[in-house]
Design a protein around this ligand. Structure first.
Ligand SMILES: CC(C)(COP(=O)(O)OP(=O)(O)OC[C@H]1O[C@@H](n2cnc3c(N)ncnc32)[C@H](O)[C@@H]1OP(=O)(O)O)[C@@H](O)C(=O)NCCC(=O)NCCS
Length: 167
């Protein structure tokens, strides 16, 4: 399997937008509700920097972008700055191939190297056995459950918070 993991580029944004829009419109794995535009993704992209707290790693298979893992601001209040929220989405045709593990591992490795991120939080809408397994395999611990923490497609959904103690 030819999988390349690399830093995300602005030219990846149309593919990343399409991947996330699939999950926004068809599933509850993300609590985004409205399709995202390329302009929205361009603004989103401005937060990332090599070696910084907020990073974007992309997975490519046979020269096609098939997914990403990113670290994002966890909360706007400034004392939360050393904590990041993680986000990972793969193209629906490329789940279960070990790509999630590769791209998430690369992101976590980079975050450890920055020495600027103390905690990484992954919020998993339940049930999501693939995401649960991946977080637990990569060393995240359960930090708690937000009971019916979100409402999408006419229903409340529980959210499990996973914490990675990086430093
Ligand atoms: C969740 C996601 C990132 C996992 O990445 P992936 O590439 O599919 O997972 P991997 O192939 O790397 O597998 C990692 C582990 O999870 C397990 N796993 C993967 N999918 C699974 C599933 N549906 N059910 C149970 N276990 C699963 C794998 O067996 C592997 O564990 P193992 O090494 O013990 O066998 C990916 O499936 C995805 O993008 N899903 C849709 C979007 C999403 O849910 N994002 C996360 C939001 S919190």
């Amino acid at each position: 399997m030819e999988i390349t993991i690399r830093k995300g580029l602005e030219s990846d944004l149309p593919a990343l937008r399409d991947i996330l829009n699939y999950y926004i419109l068809k599933t509850v794995v993300t609590f985004e509700m409205v399709e995202l535009s390329l302009e929205n993704r361009k603004t989103w992209f401005t937060q990332f920097s090599e070696g910084g707290r907020y990073q974007l790693m992309v997975a490519e298979k046979k020269n096609h972008v098939v997914g990403y893992a990113a670290s994002l601001r966890f909360h706007q209040r400034p004392a939360y700055a050393p904590s990041v929220m993680t986000s990972i989405y793969l193209h629906p045709d490329h789940t279960g191939e070990g790509i999630g593990e590769k791209v998430y591992t690369a992101l976590l490795k980079n975050l450890k190297l920055t020495q600027d991120v103390h905690r990484a939080y992954g919020l998993v809408v339940l049930p999501n056995p693939g995401s649960v397994r991946l977080h637990e395999k990569l060393g995240f611990q359960v930090a708690g459950v937000l009971n019916e923490g979100g409402f999408k497609f006419g229903q409340y959904h529980d959210v499990r918070m996973y914490e990675h103690r990086l430093q």
